[in-house]
Unconditional design. Structure first.
Length: 376
């Protein structure tokens, strides 16, 4: 039985009917009447506001400022941003790709989404059809992740997750939350420890909101409390999403993930990473090669325009950290649950397709090369 995702209390209809008669599914963004519509994730959980974006500059700003966030969702948003650029005609494909690619450098999905539409643009094909096809592939892959990962979530399992890797981050379904949703709908009543995820509280604001909408048991904890619950044997497994995964299994995710992985291994708790194919970057061998975005220090030194540190206090704000593959029990992929040692072989076996990314010369404005088939 397929789970349905939570309904949204808004008249703007950021949802579509579920296929199992259980309700509506969240849509983080969608195309409607010549514009990209997207839930403004900066506003949650206080209110549901739906943006209407009509040009590529607006899409780029929405991605940069985290109105649109989560690697798969960023990729789909960027794909539609390219559609808007093509339709407006004020930028060429390279300029539009450069604009979008400069917003969030760590998320591999962003570059895949840009490249999918850029190829259609340069081939004089239907750019909207290309973006729609890419969106559909991401949604389908996240559903498959839910199906593949659900057996890992036993009856009453206590799951720790970090940041938000639910429907809001992936257009629909989620990555880390997808197996939890499937297990819940299958009657196994999981419980989720939700890291608050400083400094922008994506766990406390977004993951807790999604779980609450669906009625899944959960509790928000301070980021630093995760070790306490791992040590006390109150966590059965950890499941997180990812922003970029190398062929060796090293991966980048929201800052704070690395320490959770180390603590999970120290305490004998399995640690899983859930991601669609667009998150895997087979060009890269090591996590050292992943670009790590650093954001403004003001995100650390204030909250809601209220200072939380003495005036003039310096701050560092890496948005992501890199976790070595040795701390990963397995990856939950659209093709099933894969051990890190098997990942490189699996990536080599992925056949090229219309959704793969072309290799570009060094310094090109195009998207990152090296994606692989997302249709299987």
């Amino acid at each position: 039985m397929r789970p349905s995702l939570p309904s949204l209390p808004t008249s703007s209809s950021p949802r579509e009917s579920g296929t199992d008669g259980k309700g509506d599914r969240v849509r983080a963004l969608w195309w409607e009447q010549g514009a990209l519509r997207a839930i403004d994730q900066r506003q949650l959980p206080r209110r549901v506001k739906v943006l209407r974006l009509t040009d590529v500059h607006g899409v780029a700003e929405a991605i940069r400022t985290l109105a649109i966030r989560g690697a798969p969702c960023i990729g789909v948003g960027a794909a539609y941003g390219m559609v808007l650029a093509r339709r407006r005609g004020r930028l060429g494909s390279e300029e539009a790709a450069r604009l979008l690619g400069g917003t969030r450098p760590t998320a591999h999905d962003l570059f895949v989404g840009v490249e999918v539409v850029q190829r259609a643009w340069e081939d004089h094909a239907d750019v909207l059809e290309a973006a729609d096809r890419y969106r559909s592939s991401v949604v389908q892959e996240c559903r498959l992740i839910g199906e593949a990962g659900a057996p890992l979530v036993s009856r009453g399992a206590r799951v720790l997750t970090h940041c938000n890797a639910g429907a809001l981050a992936t257009v629909e379904w989620g990555t880390a939350l997808a197996p939890i949703r499937f297990a819940f709908r299958e009657g196994r009543d999981p419980f989720v420890w939700v890291d608050e995820t400083r400094p922008l509280l994506q766990g406390a604001r977004l993951t807790a909101w999604e779980l609450g909408q669906e009625g899944i048991r959960h509790a928000v904890i301070a980021d630093n409390a995760a070790g306490h619950f791992l040590y006390r044997k109150e966590v059965d497994l950890v499941v997180v999403g990812a922003d970029r995964v190398t062929r060796s299994g090293d991966f980048a995710n929201k800052v704070g993930t690395y320490e959770k992985a180390v603590l999970a291994k120290e305490n004998g708790v399995p640690f899983y990473v859930a991601a669609p194919w667009s998150t895997f970057d087979p060009r890269l061998t090591s996590g050292d090669e992943i670009p790590v975005e650093e954001r403004a220090g003001e995100e650390v030194t204030s909250w809601g325009n209220v200072p939380t540190t003495p005036e003039g206090t310096p701050a560092r704000n890496p948005a992501f950290d890199v976790t070595p593959a040795k701390y990963v029990t397995a990856f939950i992929t659209p093709a099933g649950v894969v051990a890190p040692r098997e990942l490189s072989t699996l990536l080599r076996q992925r056949r090229p397709s219309a959704l793969s990314v072309r290799t570009r010369p060094e310094g090109s404005a195009s998207a990152v090369p090296g994606a692989f088939d997302q249709s299987r």
